[in-house]
Design a protein around this ligand. Structure first.
Ligand SMILES: Cc1ncc(COP(=O)(O)O)c(C=O)c1O
Length: 373
């Protein structure tokens, strides 16, 4: 049996008529940049996230960048974040001229360890940027308390967590602003690049709208230097079709995880437990294993394709060498990156494919072949 790591073709087959109709609407209205489909999507996604405002952008990275700018982050500032994330999180901080300051993760959640944040705060710290990695909400209450005490902004990187709830609150509605990505692999995804900022603050939303559109504050008036960060009409139209399915897809993802967990009971690997107070979503299904790279080769030979999120923590990426971190700076993040393995995961996987992938994994982690590597 072949189990792809990810495949969008089956999803499109089920949505084809609605998608074609939506794209046709955009062509007939000739509203290719922003326009009605995008503004309707903004209203629908704001309602879904329980926030007053959603500003549609052209990627999650630009949503993070605009969030930071709208909260006043600038050159010389420091922003605290996790090294166990996609590079876009820290790149967005650098775009503002601020410096990313990494803090280690809690191995039980793979998210920022709130207990380690306070010692990393300096007089230059302007914001905290927690990531809801893999769809598991970061522990926001201690982060919000600390931020309030110190007058810091909190920006959620919700790029992997569409629909998750932390203690009953939707992610995207907890910090001062939040960033979502609609990259094609995400739980809610565009047919190209896409992103959004969510907030309850009208000033942040207003500034974000200006920044995405060349800093335009009125007709022929550019109050500040902005960006071309606008969402395309096609993406708004596709996202409206897909948003209606998000809950159903997230539920199917949960069922797939239950199948994986059941089939992997007693296997020689670790699967972090979920906090029962939260309603996490699953963007990825990750497990932690020893000798991960050899194991991936063995799974590949059995037709099970896998990935890694992420094999190298950001503080050890060459792009961030100038920050001066070295191996050993963040032992928990480094250990997670050495052992993390992403199994095939998307709603259209069949139960048989999930069970086959899980059985192969259980077999390989417990097998004599692995001992030989
Ligand atoms: C945690 C995280 N942050 C930021 C991003 C950046 O989003 P995008 O690829 O839409 O720019 C992504 C997605 O790739 C992500 O997973």
């Amino acid at each position: 049996m072949l189990v792809p790591y990810f495949d969008l073709k089956k999803q499109f087959a089920g949505l084809r008529n609605e998608i074609v109709e939506a794209l046709d609407r955009v062509c007939r209205n000739a509203s290719f940049i922003l326009g009605e489909e995008v503004s309707e999507f903004e209203k629908e996604f704001a309602a879904y996230c329980d926030v007053k405002y959603c500003v549609a952008l052209n990627s999650g990275t630009s949503a993070l960048h605009v969030s930071l700018l709208a909260l006043g982050v600038k050159s010389g500032d420091e922003v605290i974040t996790t090294p166990n994330t996609f590079i876009g999180t820290a790149e967005a901080i650098c775009y503002t001229g601020a410096k990313p300051v990494f803090v280690d993760i809690d191995p039980k959640t793979a998210n920022l360890d709130p207990a380690l944040i306070e010692p990393a705060i300096t007089e230059r710290t302007k914001a905290i940027l927690p990531v809801h990695l893999y769809g598991r909400p970061a522990d926001m209450n201690p982060i919000l308390d600390m931020a309030q005490k110190r007058g810091l902004a909190v920006i959620e990187d919700a790029c992997q967590a569409h629909g998750a709830r932390y203690r009953g609150r939707r992610v995207g509605s907890i910090g001062h602003a939040a960033a979502f990505s609609f990259y094609p692999t995400k739980n809610l995804s565009a047919y190209g690049e896409g992103g959004a900022l969510t907030t309850d603050d009208p000033a942040i939303a207003g500034l974000a709208r200006a920044l995405r559109h060349h800093g335009q504050s009125g007709p022929y008036t550019h109050e500040r230097i902005g960006y071309n960060y606008r969402m395309e009409g096609f993406q708004g139209a596709v996202l409206r079709v897909k948003l209606k399915r998000l809950e159903e897809w997230n539920a199917r993802r949960k069922d797939i995880v239950a199948l994986y967990r059941h089939a992997l009971e007693g296997a020689n690997l670790e699967i972090p437990a979920d906090d029962p107070r939260d309603e996490r979503v699953y963007h990825l299904f990750v497990v932690y294993v020893e000798r991960r790279d050899a194991l991936r080769v063995a799974l590949e030979a059995r037709g099970v394709h896998t990935a890694m999120h992420y094999p190298r923590p950001l503080h050890l990426q060459p792009a961030f060498a100038a920050l001066g971190y070295s191996p050993g700076s963040f032992p928990q993040a480094e250990r997670a990156c050495e052992r993390v393995l992403s199994m095939p995961f998307f709603p259209e996987l069949s139960d048989e494919q999930v069970c086959y992938a899980a059985e192969q994994l259980a077999d390989v982690v417990g097998s004599a072949d692995l001992q030989m590597w």
